[in-house]
Write a protein that binds this ligand. Sequence first.
Ligand SMILES: Cc1ncc(COP(=O)(O)O)c(C=O)c1O
Length: 460
Amino acid sequence: MQVSPEFEDFFCAQSTGGASRKQNGARRDSGQRYRQQGFPGLVQRNIVDIIRRLPPCHCLHTAVNPLLDRLQPYPFQRLRQLFAGAKPDAALRHVDLSIGEPKHPTPALITEAIAANFDGLAQYPATLGTPALREAIADWLAQRYGIARPDPALQVLPVNGSREALFSFVQAVIDPTGPTQPVVVSPNPFYQIYEGAALLAGAEPYYVNCLPETNLLADWASVPQEIWQRTQVVFVCSPGNPTGAVMGLDGWRTLFALAERHNFIIASDECYSEIWFDSPPLGALQAASLLGHDYERLVVFSSLSKRSNAPGMRSGFVAGDAEILAKFLLYRTYHGSAMSTMLQAASVAAWRDEAHVEANRAAYRAKFEAVVPLLAAPLKAQMPDAAFYLWAEVPARYDGDDTAFARELYERCHVTVLPGSYLARTAHGVNPGAGRVRLALVANLDDCVEGARRIAEFAR
Ligand SMILES: Cc1ncc(COP(=O)(O)O)c(C=O)c1O
């Protein structure tokens, strides 16, 4: 058990009124200093012994939140470890299909709006956001989903991208003071922020597998009553990362009924809502409106990152239950997460324009139309409902080992894909990502096709 020399001297000096137990001069001086300044209260000789007996995380100089130790390594960290020492063929240009970062150019209407609003840097922005941005988001929601315009003052809140909002929302709403540990329900596979947010809020994550037999959607009926009774937040990711699956009205009907019965909040992550192929995906606010529900217990998260190719802008919103958003706003005021007014002005321009979104969709559609036929046989790749991922199966000869497939593919073909098992947890006896890989079709058309050709050749 370690005690920092500085603290050890401090306590000894206080308690004995004399020199440090350690007889080196510098430390004696430090004890002297504390004695002269006087530190009331901390005078018990045995406090050093108490600290010595504490488990390491309670040691004063390392006293950090022990929940941090429960966070899992991020998938890309695991990927780096998987590829350590691998020597890909340098003659082949690297095709990276692993990261879900949009690569299409950010539209000029955004960059021009940023350039026209540099004077916003001279102001502290309000956490609530500008009326212009809240109105633009409310108008967009009404137009996109055919719903009554949400109240821009109470039902819409700008955030710095959906990631920080998904995380901070859970910190704001989880109540850890009850008699049992709260539960956060997450789809499995899932966006890892859901899990980290739950763990750091002191909640227990509960994973609902999204398997082919339920069309890659969470099977809410599989969740036991004991879990629902402790559930405070349920994450929905529709369109899903990595599955691309969109939850239909029946799924929403079931979930709304469960939320009402068990009084939990639905956090609906919809950041891929604008990347679709045939018809626009159903949104949670839209589903509520179609089913005659108000937005009680419902909050949706969206973002310009994928819709408008602006992941670096960090601009998104939350919308829904006004009472919950008021609490979230209070939390955010202290958290200090207001968006720069310059970026808010650019976000207004982005939410008010659909032409660039249609062009973006067309570019993704062209890539899927070119790539899916190449990978349909070797990886059983199928068109997703929406989003920009293929959730493909590794060839049978890998016997479900997605990590071995990813590593060999990297070494032999210089193509990076993400092992599916890194995006899911083993739950209820199965890791729903095992035997799958996620391909993000974010690079340009030529690179996506080149990558798919190499994969098809390799998988044969
Ligand atoms: C499912 C999902 N939700 C949220 C995010 C966060 O996106 P952003 O913070 O850029 O809005 C991502 C990013 O990849 C994602 O895949």
